[in-house]
Design a binder for this molecule. Sequence first.
Ligand SMILES: [Zn+2]
Length: 458
Amino acid sequence: MSRIHVNCKTLFTGLEDDARSDQALVIENGVFSYVGPQSSAPRPELGDEVVDAGDHFVMPGLVDVHTHLVFGNAKSEEDVDLFVSPEFRALRGLFFTQHVLAAGYTSVVVPGDAGQCSVSVRNAINAGMFKGPRIAASSNVIANRQSLNDWFPSWVGTPDYFTGRLCETRDEQVAEIRRQAKDGVDLIKISMDGAHMRENGEHIAAFTQEETSAMVAEAHRLGKKIAVHAYGREAVMYAAKAGVDVIFHAFFLDDACIDAILQSGSHIAPTLTMLANNVEFAETYEASTKSGYRAMQQRVIDIGCRNLRKAREAGVPFMTGSDAGFAITPYGEWHAREIEILVEWLGFSPAQALRAATSVSAKMMPATQKVGALEVGRRADFIFVEGSPLQNVSILQEREKIRGVFLGGVRVQAQVPGYDPNRVSDFNTVKWSELHTRKRAVEMGKRPSSIDLPKASL
Ligand SMILES: [Zn+2]
């Protein structure tokens, strides 16, 4: 049986603090059979392929635990749920896997989806029909009244093709978990925050502790992982006590939450990239500045970073996710910004942040997809990087610095052709962004200012 040998001047395993020099990787059947010094590596035999990594930095393929593969770079909640058929969402998601792959991300976790979209994309890739990143697939987000993904009024509800699935009783919640497990998901997402707040400004969780624990126990009993969206202290606490696998955001956690997380072995994936982009790009976007959205996001970042730094110092393990799939976080563009944020905002060393984005995040992948580190027995997903991310993690955001992407030891050429964004998403029918009163027409210079406006329109 032929093997692939990769000679690496500089190699980062995804498990250590430093890079190693003069290493070799040997791959058999897509899995590492040797990782170690070149001097003691098995000699290539006739028919083996030998790859020289040259001066490139060799590291595990990156993992994003929060990529909404089927949102289509949406601009609104209507855009996520209303306009596009499940069939088109799946095709669109398959297309965008190439953008993700080209960015050096060889694995993605899709937390929340509709129906069978990400399951279908995953199955098509796993069957060898398409080359794409490894996918941990999900189905509808389990929501309660007023939690995220139950974002339309009660008279609209959550029809089947929506990303949310309203489950109001414990029995409905557990039944939905069983339905998703039967339909082949790898993980289940619960939307833990409620929209309502206490007088002191604290979010009220959308589920009770008892409901949360029942859902997590059933998912784990069926061998499925659980990811939750939770900003609020109460939601984070319930999720941690229930033993969820990953908590997204966790911005308003307190010391008791940190203790509960350490006890349960849960992980935090802050997914601050979306907030960072919201603040940075909203400066040029008048509507979100006016609405207070930008200021609100900045406030959440300030409080969240303070709290999350405490969690890191206490030893809570972190994963990396970007919330890719919205217009503010298009596929393939910002995944690695989260690594930079861990370093610059939360005090991680570059090696710690790179481990978070590889071996730690890989724990959310299905057991059959053992990835995330250059280690014997794991699947041989790795990338060649020009320059050292241990010196500067930001270079991982530059697609031209990702000089090779390998899945199971085989180099893949991700195609990222252009496309017409207006025919991919953004089907909202918004035609006007302001009120065109006669006064406004004067302000715009469309009517003479001397015009005698009736009092009522002023
Ligand atoms: Zn998300």
